[in-house]
Design a protein. Structure first.
Length: 189
């Protein structure tokens, strides 16, 4: 059985979807580690409730990104992590972790990359008045949402009126697409 680590900074809706897919045996893996940079985030509470090993840090308590990533790397190695899954983790991954997990770190982003990288992709799509946006799962590299695309699913937004409607539909896609991609990647390892 493969071991996965989930990194998150927020509410954890994608984390929930992945947890349910693992718990229901759709994904044949163990969530062996949860990592967050926000000690008060809802996702951390969920991880603790699910009895998942957690590692929490505050970047300001470290001399540099390299220093906190060295500690994260030790945790990843101690749990024999095969795949790192970013689920709303709001930091760029640096070379300390990237170099140890080439093509083993994935992220989900609420747009059809390469359009609308970075924060508030839904707001960017709305401001641009595009008719279609969507969801992308991609490998993580040193850039912001620049890694090789693994899977995408479009969403027509021209008949959705509000940000909340768009975000609800985006989450529906994310919660199906991400577990599907994780399952496939682990089966291909």
């Amino acid at each position: 059985m493969r071991n996965i680590a989930i990194f998150a900074s927020g509410t954890g809706s994608n984390f929930d979807a992945i947890y349910q897919a693992v718990n229901n045996k759709y994904i044949n893996a163990k969530i062996a580690l949860f990592v967050t940079d926000r000690p008060k985030c809802k996702a951390l509470e969920k991880a603790k409730n699910y009895n998942i090993n957690t590692f929490t840090f505050k970047s300001k308590n470290y001399e540099s990104k390299k220093h906190y990533e060295q500690e994260i790397l030790q945790e990843l190695k101690s749990q024999n992590i095969d795949l790192i899954v970013l689920a709303g983790y709001m930091r760029l991954i640096g070379p300390t972790i990237l170099n140890n997990y080439p093509k083993k770190i994935i992220n989900i982003h609420p747009s059809l990359l390469p359009s609308f990288k970075g924060k508030d992709a839904v707001g960017q799509a709305m401001d641009s008045k595009v008719e279609v946006t969507g969801v992308t799962v991609h490998y993580v590299d040193q850039g912001m949402d620049t890694g090789e695309i693994i899977a995408q699913e479009p969403l027509k937004i021209n008949n959705l009126q509000t940000r909340e409607q768009i975000e609800t539909e985006i989450h529906k896609i994310e919660h199906k697409l991400y577990p599907k991609v994780i399952k496939q990647l682990l089966e291909d390892m």
